[in-house]
Design a protein around this ligand. Structure first.
Ligand code: SF4
Length: 331
């Protein structure tokens, strides 16, 4: 089981490598990257530095071009594929059929991983991507139950990677347009949900208001930690009650079912967080490195260490975690 870690900057990349990543995934500084936050990510020079560090430490480097190419502007995405190939990365992570097609035709030796944004949830979809583009790995969407992950992994058609920890999206991956609805920009094409330039914080009496493009997303009391205003995690008035109508802020944490994921044949655990700080990357990677090493030594006796869980809890949205869709007792 490989540990695949996020890096939105060179310092974060170093933290990932130093704390035990088997592979680190990065993105370029443009809308080809679903984490295109201002001030983050890699130009060609930084990507080359990251690759040199990865090679020196025996770590793999993946590049995510995981947004959908804009009609009439596909050259940006094709150019990014050329840059990944020229860099000599170990894999390209992509979702767009046109990008996968271009990469597979022009660079047949470049390993392709299907991004979580591709939203392939069944054997038949994965089989198509293998036959058509020769993908070597698929990152499964965070909408599948553990039972469904088992079914997909058991097919053995392609290596399966799943998310282990990090922020959670409630929508079918790659298909959420809430941010587009509010701002005209979304993760799918512009690479960012709730772009920072639309975000506003305003003190209103004792409360702090968060707004997105002028619309109030949440109001926080003096004792509450104010979260970033993403529409899915806002509090709204509905049928006379104000609550998190769509989703409470929470993070995915699959530590408790790590032995099940290993037994299911999952080949890689991915950590979310290319928008997070180097300190987050270092501490979260360290916890997961220890966990996977302990799991490999003694799968039957594996128990999550309370200290690990406390560290992960501290980095979680709303300071709470969930197994999310993995846990569906009614299935
Ligand atoms: S609005 Fe929420 S569910 Fe949609 S992309 Fe943003 S974070 Fe994900």
């Amino acid at each position: 089981m490989e540990l695949v870690c996020p890096a939105g900057s060179l310092p974060a990349f170093e933290q990932a490598v130093n704390h035990g990543a088997d592979a680190v995934y990065i993105g370029f500084r443009d809308s080809t990257n679903a984490r295109a936050f201002a001030g983050l990510n890699f130009d060609d020079e930084r990507a080359a530095k990251a690759l040199a560090l990865a090679r020196a430490r025996g770590v793999k480097l993946f590049v995510a071009l995981n947004t959908y190419a804009e009609s009439g502007n596909t050259a940006r995405w094709y150019d990014a594929v050329d840059r990944v190939a020229a860099l000599g990365a170990d894999a390209l992570i992509a979702a767009d059929l046109g990008v996968l097609d271009y990469a597979s035709r022009h660079y047949p030796d470049l390993a392709l991983h299907l991004s979580v944004q591709g939203s392939a949830t069944n054997y038949e979809a994965l089989d198509f991507y293998v036959r058509r583009f020769g993908i070597r790995r698929a990152v499964l969407p965070r909408v599948l139950s553990l039972k469904q992950v088992r079914q997909v992994a058991a097919s053995g058609r392609v290596d399966v990677e799943v998310f282990g920890f990090g922020s959670l999206c409630i929508m079918a991956e790659g298909r959420c347009y809430l941010s587009s609805y509010m701002t005209g920009e979304s993760p799918n094409q512009q690479g960012v949900c709730s772009p920072a330039r639309f975000v506003e914080w305003r003190q209103s009496g004792a409360q702090m208001e968060s707004r997105l493009n002028g619309v109030v997303i949440d109001r926080f009391g003096p004792d509450e930690k104010a979260g970033y205003p993403t529409l899915c995690k806002g509090r709204f008035e509905c049928q006379g009650q104000t609550s998190h109508v769509l989703e409470e802020p929470t993070s995915l944490n699959t530590m408790a079912i790590l032995p099940d994921l290993l037994a299911a044949g999952v080949k890689a655990i991915k950590l979310e967080g290319r928008q997070r700080s180097p300190a987050y990357v270092g501490q979260v990677v360290s916890v997961w490195r220890q966990a996977i090493d302990r799991l490999k030594k003694d799968p039957a006796g594996f128990r999550p260490d309370p200290h690990w869980m406390a560290v992960l809890q501290g980095f979680s949205e709303g300071s709470q975690t969930t197994l999310g869709p993995y846990d569906r007792p009614w299935q």
